[in-house]
Ligand binder design. Structure first.
Ligand code: FPP
Length: 253
């Protein structure tokens, strides 16, 4: 029996976010250039996107390039950008055959025109797909996003279009780049690191966390399904008490 058979169809997380870590180490362990690790990472993206679609995940958000990643050696940044462009082209059949709509969160205006053009074309081509949104976090960091949100709300308040007293969680949530989707139910990080690395800090307030020791290029469908099955066993309380306890106290009353 495969792990996917143990997944409960009624309890599939609507939104899974992934910190795809370990490409560099995967390559270094094989005496290969780091770029080779990123190329293997693309194969894992393909596997996991298909697997997510198969079990009915509605949003899959991938941390593909952080604001901080601009500080990597120039050759690695250029290789990642080239890989992104080729990936957007080569993976189009995957997107179209599986009903995947591509979305981007992050500071889009900092990309070179050819990268921007490839992104815009892919966003437009897949805009009508409705099965799953594949959200690429590109030049993204949570602190950047929160600073932008604060600036936008301050501008509205200054212009008299927003009463600061009305700012609540939903006003903030609706001002973030992720406003079109629910918060992640599950956040997966590969490669044995136990960090959030400036990813979706507001949105993961009540997400379940799953850390895998496996490097991203080696992360398989079965490992992804195992993370989902593990999530399905968890009791999500959102700061309240579990529903079973509520039932128990009701019975006692
Ligand atoms: C982290 O591994 C991975 C990245 C910084 C880039 C992720 C990119 C891909 C998986 C390529 C495919 C995605 C697109 C959109 C083209 P790392 O380099 O930090 O690994 P390390 O921690 O072992 O050094």
């Amino acid at each position: 029996m495969s792990v996917s058979d143990s997944i409960l169809p009624g309890k599939v997380p609507a939104h899974v976010a992934v910190i795809m870590d370990g490409n560099g180490r995967w390559a270094q362990m094989r005496d290969l250039p780091r770029q080779q690790g990123h190329m293997e990472g693309v194969k894992a993206v393909r596997r996991i996107a298909k697997a997510a679609c198969k079990i009915g995940i509605r949003y899959l958000t991938l941390y593909a390039f952080s604001t901080e990643n601009w500080g990597r050696p120039k050759e690695e940044v250029s290789a990642l950008m080239a890989l992104l462009v080729s990936c957007l082209h080569d993976e189009m059949p995957l997107f179209m055959d599986n009903g995947i709509r591509l979305r981007v969160i992050g500071q889009a205006d900092v990309f070179l025109p050819e990268v921007r053009a490839a992104l815009d074309a892919a966003l437009e081509k897949t805009a009508g797909n409705t099965r799953m949104d594949l959200v690429l976090a590109l030049s993204y960091s949570a602190r950047w996003e929160l600073i932008e949100c604060a600036k936008n709300l301050a501008r509205l308040a200054k212009a008299g279009q927003l009463d600061p007293e009305t700012i609540d969680g939903s006003v903030i949530g609706n001002s973030l780049t992720t406003s079109f989707m629910p918060d992640p139910d599950l956040l997966i990080r590969t490669s044995g690191e136990y960090r959030i690395s400036n990813f979706l800090l507001w949105q993961i307030a009540y997400s379940e966390l799953f850390f895998s020791p496996v490097l991203w290029p080696d992360f398989t469908e079965e490992m992804f399904y195992a993370a989902i099955a593990d999530y399905q066993k968890r009791d999500r309380r959102f700061g309240k008490i579990s529903s079973s306890k509520t039932m128990l106290s009701t019975i006692k009353e």
